[in-house]
Design a protein. Structure first.
Length: 166
């Protein structure tokens, strides 16, 4: 069977509340909102090549504008509220912007195949060049693994980044 056009919904237990804030080591995550617009636009535009190299995928194809990114942030807020996906802004201990992390349904970011059917969430992230140089790329991966094990009911996450720290 060809599963490439299917998207599996994220399944959460009845009554489970998705954390709006998470912390592990020196990485914090908070559900992204339109209040993050200026940091997000600056972070994305400074990170175009690095996002393509580490996260992969077709986004961002070019620099983002505040107007277009505002629409994306509102979309992420609605998706978070409605349980379609969960996007987090990543910060360091001083509140500095590091990048973003995404929990998507399988088939949403990565085309679904028979080999991926047993995974229950597609996890990806990116960090800015400055955060990358300070070692935050593997730190975020570690934090995500911790959060998925301790704070979420997902049993088999799929890390879809092009580069996964070893």
């Amino acid at each position: 069977m060809d599963y490439r056009e299917f998207v599996r919904r994220l399944t959460l237990p009845e009554g489970f509340t998705v954390p709006a804030e998470l912390s592990h080591g020196d990485v914090t995550a908070r559900a992204i909102t339109r209040a993050d617009l200026a940091d997000d636009v600056a972070g994305i535009n400074a990170s175009l090549d690095l996002i393509r190299q580490t996260r992969g995928g077709g986004w961002p194809a070019e620099a983002v504008t505040e107007e277009d990114n505002y629409v994306d942030l509102v979309w992420h807020e609605c998706e978070f509220r409605d349980g379609g996906s969960y996007t987090y802004v990543l910060r360091d201990p001083a509140g500095g912007y590091l990048g973003c992390a995404y929990l998507y349904p399988m088939g949403g970011r990565t085309k679904l195949t028979e080999d991926l059917l047993d995974h229950d969430v597609d996890v990806s992230w990116w960090v800015t060049p400055g955060a990358y140089d300070r070692g935050y790329y593997p730190k975020v991966h570690s934090a995500l693994r911790h959060w998925l094990a301790d704070d979420f009911p997902f049993s088999k996450p799929y890390f879809s980044n092009r580069r996964i720290p070893g």
